[in-house]
Ligand binder design. Structure first.
Ligand code: PLP
Length: 423
């Protein structure tokens, strides 16, 4: 049999990077099934998308029911039930009076959020963070700084973007006292505003509340609170890119709850519809009300089937997913800390909820990058699918569905530890 991988080589552009050569025919719960008969425990979740696992029956039923009614109406042509109902639901779960705009992908939502911020503030500049990832469109790429490969030969991007240091306390060059942000991370903004950009020319500060692609880096809470105050001081809008952190991933509906900080604008995608392509910009009502008709748009945003799937996804998250993510996240991270005590080449365990990562250091035989490669390769050989993250290519991430069970986590941990033991 010619594999999907072999067929794809002949017809697909090599540009889309793929983590494996697996050809998958079916997904169910925490597992994917391959064309050659393997059952693989999927702790990648399609890169933090299948937050309720593959083909959750309630989501599939909602999508099928919607398909019998309307597949596309065009949100710039008509109104339809799933679109309005999902917007109502997102507004209801927002902590502040909000309004919604739907699009298709994370990058598109981020581009829209930047446009909204510029439109409303009439200011040109954006501040983003080093090691951030916001997507692959020119706009989203312009605020991304996790990998030079993403920008190679595309330079000449959106102007007036400035990058600040994102505090990762374990790697701080400054002394860390009581887990608080060292002063230089605060002072960098004074310096930026003195030397580079007037704060009143800054439309928005955008950040992932927990950096995803950048290595599952959780900033100290006081830093996120500081950003809120900084934005308020200068009339800058605070944008949270919750594309990876949203919809139960961290054991909260949104990571903003973990930090107890409300952004002005929040972008969401990935897990929102458990696999159907959908993204959204959630923004404070008074901002959305200033975004005039026709200033932004798109054909497929808020597809009826994706919106119906999202409504079902949110219902299941509220019923059980979020609670389970919190419980399983606590169980999982404790087990990873235990492994760290046993294996000295585990440099750090970090994350919140089921957004977890293990960073490796060098062993006597292998560099930390080789350790990562071996771990990912050997885990997959033993039917556990994991992805990497982080700027140094030495970190593995665990992103199981929020519906994961203790038994499944135990299987993953056993496979993982068997591989560690061999190193
Ligand atoms: C935090 C974050 N923002 C934006 C994106 C881009 O989303 P998309 O690939 O749907 O455009 C991603 C995707 O990995 C992400 O993790």
């Amino acid at each position: 049999m010619v594999s999907l991988y072999e067929r794809a080589q002949k017809v697909m552009s090599p540009v889309a990077n793929r983590a494996t050569t697996l050809g998958v025919s079916k997904g169910e719960g925490s597992y994917v099934f391959t064309e050659d008969g393997r059952k693989i425990l999927d702790f990648a979740s399609g890169v933090a998308v299948n937050n309720l696992g593959h083909n959750h029956p309630k989501v599939i039923a909602a999508a099928k029911a919607q398909m019998d009614q309307l597949v596309h109406g065009g949100h710039n042509v008509v109104y339809y039930e799933s679109y309005v109902a999902l917007a109502e639901k997102l507004v209801a779960i927002s902590k502040v009076p909000s309004k919604v705009y739907f699009s298709n992908s994370g990058a598109e939502a981020n581009d829209g959020a930047l446009k909204l911020a510029k439109y409303v503030t009439k200011r040109p500049a954006i501040i983003s963070f080093k090691n951030s990832f916001h997507g692959r469109t020119i706009g989203a790429m312009s605020i991304t700084a996790s990998n030079a490969a993403y920008r190679k030969r595309y330079e000449g991007m959106m102007p007036s973007v400035y990058f600040a240091e994102f505090p990762q306390l374990s790697k701080s060059p400054y002394p860390v006292i009581d887990g608080k942000t060292p002063q230089p991370y605060f002072d960098q903004f004074d310096e930026l505003f003195r030397s580079m950009i007037d704060p009143f020319s800054v439309a928005a500060i955008i950040l992932e509340p927990i950096q995803g692609e950048g290595g599952y880096v959780v900033p100290p809470k006081d830093f996120v609170h500081f950003l809120r105050q900084l934005c308020d001081r200068y009339g800058i809008l605070l944008i949270f890119d919750e594309i990876q952190t949203g919809f139960g991933r961290t054991g909260y509906m949104f990571a903003s709850e973990y930090f107890d900080v409300e952004p002005d604008i929040r972008t969401v995608a990935k897990g929102i519809a458990n696999g159907f392509p959908l993204s959204a910009i959630l923004a404070k009502e008074e901002l959305m009300d200033q975004w005039e008709s026709g200033a932004h748009g798109g054909t497929f945003g808020g597809n009826p089937v994706a919106c119906a799937a999202a409504l079902a996804t949110i219902e299941v998250l509220e019923e059980e997913g979020i609670h389970n993510a919190q419980k399983m996240g606590t169980y999982f991270i404790e087990k990873l800390y235990d492994l760290q005590k046993k294996y000295p080449f585990i440099a750090e365990v970090r994350g919140v909820g089921l957004m977890l990562a293990v960073e490796f250091s060098d062993t006597t035989q292998k560099s930390s990058q080789e350790v990562l490669q071996t771990v990912i390769h050997q885990c997959l050989s033993n039917d556990l699918l994991l992805l990497s993250c982080g700027p140094h290519k030495n970190t593995v991430r665990f992103i199981p569905p929020t519906t994961v069970s203790v038994a499944e986590i135990d299987v993953a941990l056993a496979v993982f530890e068997n591989v560690l033991r061999e190193l």
